[in-house]
Ligand binder design. Structure first.
Ligand code: OAD
Length: 233
């Protein structure tokens, strides 16, 4: 008997690659055009807010133009049909999991379609540019920044994530290079808690040796096949 009840899934840029959103560490990745220190740190934002806002204005527009692919749809189906605990922890700032219909999603690195007011701490759904410094709808200050976790900042939901990992029977990683902590450490936390660990990725990642099993291929093929397997058990 398969006693799997509680599943934690970690997704990375690879799951959205086939929706046309560039990954970070591919040759055509975002870091090729911009150094991380120029766009994804609080120091960069303090130094050149217009450059950083324009960079995320482009990311936001890209997210709005993209559509979920078969991998997002398969995970949404699993979310709908799985009666045990399930948490999709995504490092992605796009909303493609939600647009495919998934509900149990946690954005540990924030969201491209979010604006955070550094004056009054309000958070807003935001689909327009921020580079022209619009006022915060709550306090009227022009102090909105992308609601994205930059390097050196604390990811969202860590307590909830580690609680889910501690209870997990199965941990699945999809489309992530394992280059960025704390997400890269989740596989070890899950394994220490007794979970089986599975990696679905295009290429072997930095963390592949830490998984019980690695399946290589595009997410749009591997994820639907795996979901089919899990729901058939
Ligand atoms: P990366 O760009 O580092 O890694 C993407 C992974 O997806 C690689 O291992 C690819 O082999 C794999 N991949 C590419 N296409 C795929 C496909 N069609 N199907 C399956 N896998 C595919 O992206 P992340 O690991 O998500 O953080 O990067 C982690 C974090 O680094 C991001 O969240 C971002 C960045 O700094 C912040 O912005 C805070």
């Amino acid at each position: 008997m398969d006693a799997t009840r509680n599943i934690v899934i970690l997704t990375g840029a690879g799951i959205s690659a086939e929706s046309g959103l560039a990954t970070f560490r591919a040759e055509d990745g975002l870091w090729e055009e911009h150094r991380v220190e120029d766009v994804a740190t609080p120091e960069a934002f303090a130094r050149d807010p217009v450059l950083v806002q324009r960079f995320y204005d482009m990311r936001r527009a890209g997210v709005l133009a993209a559509q979920p692919n078969a991998a997002h749809h398969a995970l949404a189906r699993l979310d709908r049909d799985w009666t045990g605990d399930l948490l999709i922890v995504t490092q992605n700032i796009d909303d493609l999991h939600e647009r495919a219909g998934a509900h149990r999603v946690l954005h540990m690195h924030g969201e491209a379609l979010g604006a955070w007011c550094t004056a009054c701490d309000a958070r807003h759904r935001w689909t327009e540019p921020l580079s022209d410094n619009p006022p915060c709808p709550a306090c009227s200050e022009g102090a909105l920044r992308p609601d994205i976790v930059w390097f050196g900042e604390m990811p969202y939901g860590m307590e909830r994530i580690f609680a889910a990992l501690a209870d997990a029977d199965l941990f699945v990683s999809v489309g992530t290079s394992g280059a960025v902590y704390p997400a890269a450490g989740f596989v070890q936390a899950a394994a220490e808690a007794g979970a089986r660990t599975l990696e679905l990725n295009l290429d072997r990642s930095l963390g592949s040796r830490l998984f019980d099993e690695t399946r290589l291929g595009p997410a749009s093929t591997l994820v639907p096949a795996w979901v089919e397997e899990v729901l058939a058990r």
